[in-house]
Design a protein around this ligand. Structure first.
Ligand code: HEM
Length: 417
C-alpha cells in the first residue's frame, strides 16, 4: 500500500505560510519525508504537493479548476473574474488558443525589439541621472513596450498611470492589507481604460493594426460565435499587458545574477543566443517569483493512496519543484550551463506552471517572458557599463512577490563602446 499523506500538527498554517513564504511547502515536505502533506490554510483543508510527480498529478488536463482555488483578492489582482484562468473545459481551450495565437515567433521577436528600442530611447536619461533604481526605471520601459506591441501605445500621463497601476497590482497580489488594497483600488482605473480601448477599437474610433493583440482580443468570438463582453475583452487585454509588465522582476533578478555570480556574467559575454536563453531559464528557475498555484478538483481521483473528492483544494509548489534536489543537481547554485543540456521535461521546470499549455492553465506568456529576459541580459551584460554602489541586495523569501531589498541600484550608467 502507498504511504498515507501526512497531516501537519498545527490546526491552521496560514501564519506559517506568511512567515516562511516560498519555503513553506518544501520545508514541511522535507520534515515529513513526503512530497505531499495536508493542512489548513485560512481554515480550509488543503493538500500541498511538490516535485515532478506531484506536477504530473496536478497538470492532468481537466483535473482542477482555478475557480475557488486562489483567494479572491489575489485572483482579482492577477487574473480577474471572467478571464481565461476562470474558464474550464472546451471554453477554456478556445479562449486559451486565442492567447497562444499571439505567441508566434515573429510576434515574440517583435516584442523583444520594441523593448530594446524603448530602453535605448531612454538611455540618455539614464546617463544623466546620478542613480538608477533598476526595478523602477525598467517599469515604464516595459509598460510602453508591451502596450506598443499590443497595438495600444501609451504616452505621457497615460503611460505613467498604467505603469503605477500595474506595479501596484502585481505587488499587492501576494499580501493581505495595504499593498493589496492599493492594487485593488488602482485596478478599477485600469479596467475603465481597458473598456474604453475595446469600445474604441470596435467602433472604429481607434485604429489598430489588424494582427495586433488588442485587435485579436477585440474581435475574438466565443464558442457560440459571440464577441466577448466589453468587460471580459478588457480583462483579457489587461491580462496580456500586466503579466508582461511583471517580467520586470525577472529582469532585476537577471541583473542580480550578473553581479552575484561573476562566472555567470562570463557565461553570456559574447551574447550567443543559446547562452542567453540558458541564462534566462536559470533566472526563472533560481529566483523566487510565483510561489504556488492552486486548483480545486473537478472530479474525484486517486493519488498517493488517497481518494480526492470533487472540490478538494490542492496547492502545487512551483518554487520548491524548481529547487527539488531529486531533479536539480545542486539546486541552490546559480548555474545557467545546466540549461544547455536540459531535457525539456514540462513537469520538472515549472516557474510559470507545467504540462501541456493548450489543455491546462499553464501560462501562455512564457515565450515572451524568456525573450524579454534574454534581451535584458544582453543589454546588462554586453551593452552597458555601470557601477554597483553599496546596497542591500538581499531577497526576503517571505515577501511575495519577492524583490531585492534595494530594488537594485546602479550608478554611472553609460553605453559600452
Ligand atoms: C497563468 C506565471 C508572464 C499571461 C500563469 C500562471 C502562472 C504564471 C504561475 C498560472 C498557472 C496555473 O494556474 O497553472 C507567470 C510569471 C510571469 C508570467 C511568473 C513572468 C512575469 C506572463 C505573460 C503573459 C501571461 C508575459 C502574457 C501573455 C498569463 C495568462 C494566464 C497565466 C493569460 C492564465 C492561463 C490559463 O488560465 O490558461 N502565469 N506569468 N503571463 N499567465 Fe502568466
Amino acid at each position: 500500500p502507498m504511504p498515507q499523506i501526512p497531516r501537519t500538527g498545527s490546526f491552521d498554517s496560514t501564519l506559517a505560510l506568511l512567515r516562511e513564504g516560498y519555503d513553506f511547502i518544501s520545508n514541511r515536505c522535507a520534515r515529513y519525508g513526503s512530497n505531499a502533506f495536508e493542512t489548513r490554510l485560512m481554515l480550509r483543508r488543503v493538500t500541498c504537493v511538490t516535485g515532478e510527480e506531484a506536477a504530473r498529478m496536478f497538470y492532468e488536463p481537466g483535473r482542477f479548476t482555478r475557480r475557488g482555488a486562489i483567494p479572491q483578492p489575489t485572483l482579482r489582482l492577477l487574473q480577474d473574474v471572467g478571464s481565461v484562468a476562470t474558464l474550464d473545459g472546451e471554453k477554456h481551450r478556445h479562449r486559451k488558443a486565442m492567447f497562444l495565437s499571439l505567441m508566434t515567433p515573429t510576434s515574440v521577436r517583435q516584442i523583444g525589439e520594441i523593448f530594446i528600442n524603448e530602453w535605448q530611447r531612454r538611455l540618455p536619461q539614464w546617463e544623466a541621472k546620478e542613480r538608477i533604481v533598476l526595478f523602477q526605471e525598467i517599469q515604464p520601459i516595459l509598460c510602453s513596450a508591451v502596450a506598443r506591441w499590443a497595438g495600444t501605445p501609451l504616452r505621457g500621463k497615460e503611460l505613467e498611470a498604467r505603469t503605477r497601476e500595474f506595479a501596484a497590482m502585481i505587488d499587492g497580489a501576494g499580501s493581505a492589507g495595504p499593498r493589496q488594497w492599493r492594487g485593488a483600488w488602482l485596478r478599477r482605473r485600469t479596467e475603465r481604460w481597458g473598456r474604453r480601448v475595446i469600445d474604441e477599437i470596435r467602433s472604429g474610433a481607434r485604429a489598430v493594426p489588424d494582427e495586433s493583440p488588442a485587435a485579436v482580443i477585440a474581435r475574438h468570438r466565443d464558442l457560440s460565435g459571440h464577441p466577448l463582453s466589453t468587460s471580459d475583452a478588457a480583462v483579457e487585454l489587461i491580462n496580456l499587458l500586466r503579466p508582461t509588465f511583471a517580467v520586470d522582476r525577472f529582469i532585476v533578478f537577471a541583473a542580480l545574477a550578473l553581479v552575484e555570480h561573476p562566472d555567470a556574467r562570463a557565461f553570456v559575454t559574447g551574447g550567443e543566443n543559446e547562452r542567453l536563453e540558458a541564462f534566462a531559464q536559470e533566472v526563472r528557475r533560481y529566483y523566487p517569483f510565483f510561489p504556488v498555484v492552486g486548483g480545486r478538483a473537478l472530479e474525484p481521483f486517486g493519488w498517493r493512496g488517497r481518494g480526492f473528492r470533487k472540490g478538494d483544494w490542492v496547492l502545487l509548489d512551483l518554487y520548491g519543484t524548481n529547487h527539488d534536489e531529486r531533479i536539480w543537481e545542486d539546486p541552490n547554485s546559480f548555474r545557467p550551463k545546466r540549461f544547455l543540456e536540459w531535457d525539456n521535461n514540462p513537469y520538472s521546470f515549472i516557474p510559470q506552471g507545467g504540462g501541456d499549455v493548450r489543455s491546462n492553465h499553464r501560462c501562455p506568456g512564457e515565450p515572451i517572458t524568456v525573450e524579454i529576459i534574454k534581451r535584458a541580459i544582453d543589454m546588462l551584460a554586453n551593452r552597458l557599463d555601470y557601477d554597483l554602489p553599496p546596497q542591500d541586495l538581499s531577497v526576503s523569501r517571505s515577501r511575495m512577490p519577492a524583490v531585492p531589498k534595494s530594488r537594485l541600484v546602479i550608478t554611472n550608467v553609460r553605453p559600452r563602446n
